[in-house]
Ligand binder design. Structure first.
Ligand code: AQP
Length: 343
């Protein structure tokens, strides 16, 4: 039986990158049969690796939980909770800090991107972020982790940490971690620059479509989305695996991104989307994408807004989830402590 874990940071408005790359897949996984438990965590401990205003953090935590439920995660089937309420995450992270090698962390590209030129001033937490992520997953001995493509390197590291723990202590305790990266939009790019990832922290609101955006905002953002001067490409842009070939992705990143988003929202293959728009102008693709986003994303946004007004309900979901997560992770932690020789 599979155990699922994934987390989302409460660091601002969730966007269609978070939705298409991760949250939509959490919902799809719910239908699988061989799942023993699925944990969806609002990772507030990760959020504070960069400064967060306390009142804002509280608000975003509830909003992220509301987004999970509004997107279709059923709190009766999955465990929804926030990370800071379950102490095992931080406790196991310390143990795993002692397993992980500095050289492994030095290779993490996300730290380099997020710390930028000012590495010396970045928090130690930002540097150790991937170890906490390994701890999140391993606290529940989860084997499957649905994430966007940007998290692939962190998951490879989590797998290395788990394997080293098993090797060093001569046990077969932690399972092999497998990233679940699927769908047509595993890495949604900025609407302003197709070479950058769509991100909550991008200064430009026009770089992303938020789940809370209304119809007019979506229309306006897609209208202003960067394009190039050619018409939409033909089927020669698709390789034998059904993906855009690397040349076209490098030469026409904005066209590829808009088509990928369209495929992700409409559940289409890239071939189908290219067939529909080949030789047409960007305005045709943009009109269809706008309609598609309005029909699929705004209902989620409206549901989130409705749910945010019921703070008591959201709090109760997070509390109940945390109780289960605490119990499950404590059992594992006790076994881990026995293996290490603490008890
Ligand atoms: N652009 C994206 N395309 C596909 N998947 C994405 N994810 C994030 N951005 C994209 C996936 O969403 C899940 C939650 O991510 P997160 O919010 O915890 O952190 P992040 O990856 O750092 O997201 P952002 O938007 O870039 O936030 P900031 O700007 O705060 O750093 C993950 O599964 C992630 O892969």
């Amino acid at each position: 039986m599979d155990r699922i874990f994934s987390g989302v940071q409460p660091t601002g408005n969730l966007h269609i990158g978070n939705y298409l790359g991760a949250i939509q897949n959490f919902v799809k996984i719910q239908k699988r049969e061989n799942i023993s438990k699925a944990y969806y965590c609002v990772v507030d401990l990760h959020a504070i690796t960069v400064w967060q205003n306390p009142l804002q953090l509280k608000k975003e935590t509830l909003e992220t939980a509301a987004s999970f439920i509004a997107a279709g995660i059923d709190p009766k089937k999955s465990i929804i909770f926030n990370q800071s309420r379950v102490s095992s995450h931080a406790e196991l992270a310390w143990i795993l800090n002692c397993v992980c090698r500095i050289g492994w962390l030095n290779r993490m590209t996300q730290f380099k991107e997020k710390a930028g030129k000012n590495k010396e001033k970045a928090s130690v937490g930002l540097y150790a972020y991937p170890v906490l992520m390994a701890s999140d997953i391993l606290s529940y001995k989860s084997n499957l982790v649905p994430v966007g493509d940007d998290q692939k390197q962190h998951l490879e590291l989590a797998r290395d940490i788990a394997n080293k723990f098993n090797h060093d202590y001569e046990v077969n305790f932690f399972p092999e971690i497998e990233p679940l990266i699927f769908g047509s939009a595993t890495r949604v790019m900025s609407l302003r620059n197709g070479k950058n990832k769509m991100s909550k922290s991008d200064e430009s609101e026009f770089s992303r479509i938020n789940l809370l955006d209304d119809k007019d905002t979506i229309k306006n953002k897609i209208k202003k989305a960067k394009t190039d001067s050619e018409t939409i490409m033909g089927l020669e842009a698709i390789d034998s695996s059904g993906e855009f070939n690397s040349n076209i992705s490098i030469q026409r990143p904005e066209a590829v991104n808009l088509l990928n988003i369209f495929c992700g929202v409409e559940n289409l293959s890239k071939k189908e989307a290219v067939k529909t728009f080949s030789g047409k102008n960007f305005s045709d693709l943009k009109d269809a994408l706008t309609d598609s986003l309005i029909s699929k994303i705004t209902p989620i946004g409206m549901e989130i807004k409705k749910m945010i007004s019921d703070k008591k309900y959201l709090e109760s979901i997070l509390l109940e989830g945390a109780e289960i997560a605490e119990e499950d992770s404590k059992k594992n932690l006790l076994e881990i402590k026995n293996i290490i020789g603490f008890n």
